[in-house]
Design a protein. Structure first.
Length: 252
């Protein structure tokens, strides 16, 4: 009995440490995206206001869902194991980094060539304002915050809801993949193409790409964990959004 109680106390401490790590990462990720948002919107006051409101409103519940609902859904996390100071965390993290980087590179190359096929006049003017550094910070910001929100939080929530209704442990994997699909669709909605005019075919193509990318990054998350999903996301954005702008600045 005493051993079980000590285990529960230790587990509770790990949960709290995991939550703190997620909240710190969320705050950092949110702040990194501010220069890009100011460059696009040109209104620092509204950017700071939305940052102070939307960040906590979305990322705090997503972090909590990832910590407690994810555990109930049997969703493991490399980051949780890392903050528990166990060797299992590093053992889980290392194998996923290279595949995640390779997958992110492949997705980024697809995005890179897809964007090059879009006429320059189709993009909204504000997207031309950020510097490559702004885009780099934005890419890191999106990788951190969106993986916490869409992958960790949403997949955990959807899986937990399904398991709570059906109450059959054998559908756990199915529930996680349903969560991945829901997450990918909402990820695509959040990334509706910022194009001027009514380029419907371009909208459909880019939405399809965002959905597929969300599914793939969700698969990375389910297979390797949150840190690997962040690596895949950041590598994708780096190749698709940062490098093209660096090349454009080098060859005006």
């Amino acid at each position: 009995m005493a051993a079980d109680m000590n285990l529960r106390v230790s587990d509770s401490r790990v949960d709290r440490a995991f939550l703190v790590a997620l909240l710190v990462a969320s705050a950092l990720g949110t702040c990194l995206g501010i220069p890009w948002a100011i460059a696009v919107l040109g209104d620092p006051a509204s950017v700071w206001l939305s940052t102070l409101v939307e960040g906590p409103l979305l990322l705090v519940p997503a972090s909590a869902a990832g910590v407690w609902l994810g555990k109930r859904a049997g969703l493991a996390s490399d980051l949780r194991e890392l903050v528990s100071n166990t060797s299992a965390g590093w053992a889980r993290l290392r194998p996923g980094l290279f595949p995640a980087g390779a997958i992110g590179l492949a997705l980024g190359l697809i995005g890179f060539f897809a964007q090059r096929s879009v006429p320059g006049t189709a993009w909204v003017l504000g997207l031309r304002n950020p510097t490559p550094l702004d885009w780099l910070l934005r890419s890191l910001s999106a990788a951190i915050t969106e993986e916490i929100l869409f992958r960790l939080g949403l997949i955990a929530l959807v899986s937990w809801v399904i398991l709570s209704i059906v109450k059959r442990a054998e559908i756990r994997v199915f529930s996680l993949w349903v969560g991945n699909m829901v997450s990918a669709l909402l990820f695509a909605v959040a990334h509706l193409p910022q194009l001027s005019g009514h380029a419907s075919a371009l909208h459909v193509a880019l939405i399809t790409y965002s959905t597929a990318a969300g599914l793939v990054m969700g698969a990375v998350f389910l297979r390797y964990g949150l840190v690997s999903a962040v690596v895949a996301h950041f590598t994708c954005d780096l190749v698709a959004n940062v490098i093209p702008r660096l090349l454009a600045n080098a060859h005006p």
